[in-house]
Design a protein around this ligand. Structure first.
Ligand code: PGA
Length: 254
């Protein structure tokens, strides 16, 4: 049975002290919440991961992820972080393929596929982000674009690899813009994605994979979007930086 997940992507925000304080406040805000079979994941800036884990690691309901990971084991890759470096500080989840990495750091499908393989070879769970641009939707090509993104980066995987994959559909036009996909648009895409996984693998893999929606999720729209049958929670940017908002969004999956 797949899990509902709320994941916060803090992007390049918050100092070490601000990060620790925010996690502690979120933890207090949700202290009476029954998280049950759901998951809460937070991705701070990588340099702050270790400090956050060491200072707030007592709330076991919150898991931590890296925002990025390199495809090589180690070596001359200035500024990058490897799988073993992440595991060395106790991080076993990473985002891969966020649209900001694709756009600002030219990460293409060839590179993303290598990162996916490297993460899985290291038993690191992946929150794999993908989604169409506004012009793709306007020209009604969003399904084709998403199908290609998944085909080129994930559909070479084995059935058993999928237990370490969380999908995050994030239409680029909705990220940080305040323009959210309607619950119906999200459901249509999520059902399409689940169906694609079923076609390329089988019903069991498709039913077990969590598919998150990302793009301007807020306390005011989370419940409605998450109520759709194929939407298994969200990947949250801006609203993840405010404890009360993030806690409200978490309550929407509980
Ligand atoms: P947003 O970002 O919630 O600020 O739109 C989502 C994301 O980039 O994952």
């Amino acid at each position: 049975m797949r899990k509902k997940i709320v994941a916060g992507n803090w992007k390049m925000n918050l100092t070490k002290d601000e990060s620790i304080k925010l996690v502690k406040t979120i933890s207090t805000e949700i202290q009476n919440q029954n998280i049950k079979n759901n998951r809460i994941i937070i991705a701070p800036v990588s340099i702050n991961l270790h400090a956050v884990l060491n200072n707030v690691g007592n709330d076991k309901r919150i898991e931590y992820a890296s925002q990025n990971m390199h495809f090589a084991n180690n070596g001359a890759f200035t500024g990058e972080v490897s799988a073993s470096i992440l595991k060395g500080i106790g991080i076993y989840i990473t985002l891969i393929g966020h649209s900001e990495r694709r756009v600002y750091f030219n990460e293409d499908t060839v590179l993303l596929k290598k990162k996916v393989d490297q993460a899985l070879n290291n038993n690191i769970e992946i929150i794999f982000c993908f989604g169409e641009e506004l012009e793709d939707r306007e020209s009604k090509n969003q399904l084709k674009i998403v199908e290609n993104q998944l085909k080129n980066t994930l559909f070479h995987l084995k059935d058993s690899d999928w237990k370490n994959i969380i999908l995050a559909y994030e239409p680029v036009w909705a990220i940080g813009t305040g323009m959210t996909a309607s619950p119906e648009q999200a459901q249509e895409m999520h059902a399409f994605i689940r169906n694609l996984v079923a076609k390329n693998y089988n019903e069991t893999v498709a039913e077990n994979v969590s598919i998150l929606y990302g793009g301007s999720v807020k306390p005011t729209n989370a419940k409605e979007i998450f109520s759709k049958p194929d939407v298994d929670g969200g990947l949250i940017g801006g609203a993840a930086l405010k404890a009360k908002d993030f806690a409200e969004i978490i309550k929407a999956i509980c």
